[in-house]
Design a protein around this ligand. Structure first.
Ligand code: ADP
Ligand code: MG
Length: 739
């Protein structure tokens, strides 16, 4: 289980088994060994302490007389060689496999911590764990030709909570300006400012060790500090890369060899100055060390108090937890030291209960990873090519697209959106992704264009920018509800101030405001705007329209009257005809009179004949009138239709100009300038053919709303149409003149 939050980015490979902190005890050889008090177990893994009753007083202020301590090994009269074999060998060996390891010597001053850790520098045989560990590391490197392993070392001293670099005297280091600090990052903990030295061979490593040891001794004199009052941490950093190129994993590890400050309980009472300060720091740091190690062993604990002191903070990633950890407690064998010996053994047995879960520090070599991925990619491409040829697919290119290919996809997407391309063929995943990508590109371009157009027309105010809104409100451009003055609310027109078309007296002013300052975000409803248009720019067309309509109505009225008259004449004719027929039959019954071949009729019949003749004449005249009227009506109807069409078209243009076309474009469309969308002189309205008008209105509908880009096209088209219409009109006039 991983508990340390900072470890997210590190890679651990678990051994899967929990281990305990290994606790050993080394007894300093003495001629005065307290045989009757200190007894070792047969397996050399336990120590029993027995205090005689009469001795108890004054030695240990306790009623207890017997203690038994279970440990991982008791080193009694053990050689430096055996100590190394027992305590350090495995930890160092595992460091080369990626496990961090920490070996600490704990105990009262003079009990043999430094002897155990460093040994004597004069006698090779008596060298301690430090030089032996370095030797083992280099020996193991020689045994592993498959790996490129680098070794670095550093030597840190912590005295009274201050950090000292014991290798800072080396020429390559140079004087440090800023004090050292402990830094945590995802890779772990390191001491900023502490010199770390690459060592390619054993001898170099030894030189560094001796340099450090010498500095330790010198410092104790020059700085008046007791070396047994400081903690010393010698660190060996190992980094192992596989020599086979395919292996992108590599391992890193640290071996911390810690010579702790003397653990003896320094009496605070009576101590003063430097001694009191040292005592306080040592007592605190050793007790924090114990707390941290115990907390690490407690799986229920989330927070480990590493930062309480420099010692635990610097060792944060090397204490318990994921490391192999060994505690070697150095004790005296003499009766006089029994009190401190008991204290040290208690500490050791507590540490023995702490469990750890060692894990490999695995990291990934990015460069090698890239190389391996490139290789795999090439292989997969070959594989794809084989599949394509087996599936009878023409060679598909799976490489990243170049600019030309991307431009082609962009064009496809645009054509697809316009509707000129029905579908975009799927080629491969990369192409599909690029199609989507280009959709996004086109979309965002269109959004920008729309925004640009809006910004040309309107001053856009951020709805959340209350300062700007209140400024606009103050200027009277916006009502309290945040609506722009004159803004339609769907029902009427405008909310705060009188709508521009509602009050005839204020019309001109409000309209100006409406157009020039307050182009509303939503235009007024068309029926409302239309009324306004008819009174303003469309007034002339509207007048002509109305005139034509009244002429039409008058002609219709006349036609209807004529029809009524014709019907009356027809009825009278029918009556007259009937009366005439009656006279004729009467005459035939009475016998006819003939005179020189001429039929003699009576006066009554004669009058009827005259009347019928007159009626027929009237009928013909009226009928002719009606026919003329009908032709005129038809013509008038046509004019009225054209006028209406024209009116609506002009309105549409006006509506677009007023509410949709950006102002800068309108400048070129203003009266006086040659370009005027749809504004053919009024005199020519009548001559516009239906087809031209249709084209015009279509043109407006299709081209105008498209935005600025369409205007050069639109203007050119309008100019051409106007020229065409003008010529047509002139020809019409000439023809009419000739008639
Ligand atoms: P510490 O570092 O715990 O204060 P040292 O390692 O300095 O104690 O030991 C004090 C003295 O005892 C030194 O002179 C050291 O050589 C000697 N000494 C300690 N342990 C042994 C041992 N196991 N064999 C021989 N000499 C020892
Ligand atoms: Mg020492």
């Amino acid at each position: 289980m991983m508990r340390r939050k900072n470890d997210n980015k590190r890679y651990f490979t678990r051994m899967g088994t929990r281990k305990k902190v290994h606790a050993f005890v080394r007894v300093k050889p003495t001629d005065d060994f307290a045989h009757e008090m200190i007894k070792y177990g047969d397996d050399n893994k336990s120590i029993d302490i027995h205090i005689k009753k009469d001795l108890q007083k004054g030695v240990v202020n306790n009623k207890q007389t017997d203690w038994s301590f279970k440990l991982d090994g008791v080193l009694h009269n053990a050689s430096q060689d055996l100590v190394y074999e027992t305590v350090a060998k495995d930890v160092v060996a595992q460091a080369l496999d990626g496990y961090n390891g920490t070996i600490m010597c704990y105990g009262q001053t003079g009990a043999g911590k430094t002897y155990t850790m460093t040994g004597t520098t004069e006698n090779y045989k008596h060298r301690g764990i430090l030089p032996r560990a370095l030797q083992q590391v280099f020996r193991m490197i020689e045994e592993r030709p498959t790996h490129a392993i680098t070794v670095r070392v550093s030597y840190l001293e912590i005295y009274n909570e201050s950090l000292f670099d014991l290798l800072s005297t080396l020429p390559c280091v140079g004087p440090s300006v800023t004090p050292m600090t402990i830094v945590e990052n995802p890779q772990g903990v390191f001491i900023k400012g502490l010199s770390v030295h690459l060592t390619s061979q054993e001898e170099d490593a030894f030189s560094l060790l001796f340099e450090g040891e010498t500095n330790r001794i010198i410092a104790s004199h020059t700085m008046n500090k007791n070396s047994s009052r400081s903690h010393c941490i010698f660190t060996i950093y190992v980094e192992a890369h596989s020599r086979t190129l395919s292996d992108e994993k590599y391992i890193t590890s640290k071996i911390n060899l810690v010579d702790l400050a003397g653990s003896e309980r320094l009496k605070k009472s009576g101590s003063e100055g430097r001694v009191l300060k040292e005592a306080t720091y040592i007592n605190k740091s050793l007790s924090f060390l114990e707390q941290a190690i115990i907390a690490l062993g407690d799986q229920k604990r989330d927070h480990i108090p590493f930062r309480q002191c420099k010692l635990t903070h610097a060792l944060k990633d090397s204490l318990g937890g994921n490391c192999n950890m060994v505690l070697l407690t150095n004790i005296y064998g003499e009766a006089s030291q029994l009190e401190e010996t008991l204290s040290s053994l208690r500490f050791a047995s507590r540490m023995k209960l702490v469990t750890t879960e060692p894990a490999i520090n695995e990291k990934y070599d990015a460069e090698r990873m890239v190389k391996n991925l490139e290789k795999e990619l090439a292989l997969l491409k070959q594989e794809l090519a084989i599949h394509d040829s087996l599936a009878n697919r023409t060679l598909v290119n799976y490489d990243p697209m170049d600019e030309i290919q991307i431009a082609e996809i962009n064009s496809q997407v645009r054509r697809y959106l316009e509707g000129t391309l029905d579908e975009i063929d799927i080629i491969n995943l990369r192409q599909i992704q690029e199609v989507f990508n280009q959709f996004r590109v086109v979309l965002s371009q269109q959004e920008q264009e729309v925004e640009l157009t809006l910004r040309r027309k309107y001053t856009l105010i951020d709805k959340n920018d209350f300062a700007a809104i209140s400024a606009v409100q103050k200027a009277g451009l916006m009502d309290v509800d945040g609506h722009l003055v004159g803004e339609p609310d769907g029902q009427g027109f405008g909310l705060g101030v009188t709508p521009f078309s509602a009050k005839p007296g204020k019309k001109a002013k409000s309209k100006k405001m409406f157009k020039e300052q307050l182009r509303p975000s939503t235009p007024p409803p068309k029926p409302v705007a239309f009324e306004d248009f008819k009174n303003e720019r469309g007034s002339e067309i509207n007048r002509i329209f109305k005139e034509n309509k009244s002429i039409l109505n008058e002609r219709r009225k006349r036609a209807s009257e004529t029809t009524q008259r014709i019907n009356a004449i027809k009825r009278e004719m029918d009556v007259t005809k009937e009366a005439l027929n009656f006279q004729k039959s009467l005459r035939e019954k009475q016998g006819e009179y003939e005179n020189k071949g001429l039929m003699i009729i009576d006066e009554e019949e004669f009058l009827l004949i005259l009347k019928l003749k007159d009626l027929k004449k009237q009928y013909r005249t009226e009928y002719q009138d009606l026919r003329d009227l009908k032709a005129e009506i038809q013509y008038c109807q046509h004019l009225v239709d054209q006028c209406r069409h024209r009116l609506l078209m002009e309105f549409d243009i006006w509506y677009n100009e007023s509410f949709f076309i950006p102002e800068d474009i309108q400048v070129s469309l203003k009266p006086g300038s040659s370009i005027r969308p749809g504004m053919v002189p009024i005199s020519r309205i009548m001559s516009l053919g239906e087809d031209d008008q249709d084209k015009f209105s279509q043109l407006q509908q299709t081209e105008l709303p498209e935005g600025p880009d369409s205007f050069s096209f639109y203007n050119a088209k309008v100019k051409t149409e106007q020229k065409h219409n003008y010529l047509k009109t002139m020809m019409g006039f000439q023809q009419a003149h000739r008639k």
